[in-house]
Write a protein that binds this ligand. Structure first.
Ligand code: G3P
Length: 250
């Protein structure tokens, strides 16, 4: 949909050295990026500030997580204020690795989303089903359940600062990308659900990204789908050449 600006996020997860990230940044800075594509990269927290300083200002930087409480005694956490005060405009929340490995509940993800939005951060909100859930026909129930926790806590206006990333867990880091049909079907259902549960305007305006084994070869086909408004790229975003291809080549 032309009204929704295409969005490409690179989630480096817990990968990369200062040197490797600098190479990626230099590549992006030197690339001729399509002005119609919004590009956000998300390095590990150790590298957030350097990345924000070095990367071209049209490329934004996202933290991979944030806590929902003000500065204080929360060993190991980053607060929203630390991000907003230092030019980090985005945060990824609810990634399936946070939900499964670090046992984050949908309620906790929703509390963090609310805190991030209240502080002025933009949120890439990740949702997605496991293979078992998909095979049991529960894909949409699971994803909408994860979304509902957030819908219950944020205002209609808040949605202008949220991008949804649909990441089927079985497609993450597996090389098994969802087919264009599977992805479009899920995105279409999510948009319908948003129309009912938030508002038709929010459903129309909210970008829904696909994440899960996106690479420079499969991105073009996925991008043709009416309800796929961009990507959240893991592994391929670490390879300077293909991350540029994905972001430039749309
Ligand atoms: O957040 C992006 C991610 O989970 C997808 O990872 O490596 O399958 O592109 P990957």
């Amino acid at each position: 949909d032309m009204a929704r600006k295409f969005f490409v996020g690179g989630n480096f997860k817990a990968n990369g050295s200062l040197k490797a990230i600098q190479t990626i940044v230099e590549n992006l800075n030197g690339a001729k990026l399509d002005p119609n594509v919004e590009v956000v990269i998300s390095p590990p927290s150790l590298f957030l500030l350097t990345t924000a300083e070095k990367v071209d200002s049209k490329i934004k930087v996202a933290a991979q997580n944030v806590f929902d409480k003000p500065d204080g005694a929360w060993t190991g956490e980053l607060t929203v204020k630390m991000l907003t005060e230092h030019g980090i405009e985005w945060v990824i929340l609810g990634h399936s690795e946070r939900r499964t490995i670090f046992k984050e509940s949908s309620e906790f993800v929703a509390d963090k989303t609310k805190a991030a939005l209240d502080s002025g951060l933009n949120v890439i909100l990740c949702i997605g089903e496991t293979l078992e859930e998909r095979e049991a026909g529960k894909t949409i129930d699971v994803c909408c359940g994860q979304l509902k926790a957030v819908v219950d806590k944020i205002s209609t206006a808040d949605w202008s600062k949220v991008v949804i990333a649909y990441e089927p867990v079985w497609a993450i880091g597996t090389g098994k990308v969802a087919t264009t049909e599977q992805a479009q079907e899920a995105h279409g259902s999510l948009r319908e659900w948003l129309a009912k549960s938030v508002s038709p305007e929010v459903a129309q305006a909210t970008r829904i990204l696909y994440g899960g084994s996106v690479n420079e070869k499969n991105c073009k086909d996925l991008a043709t789908q009416p309800d796929i408004d961009g990507f959240l790229v893991g592994g391929a975003s670490l390879k300077p050449a293909s991350s540029v291809t994905i972001t430039v080549g749309m």
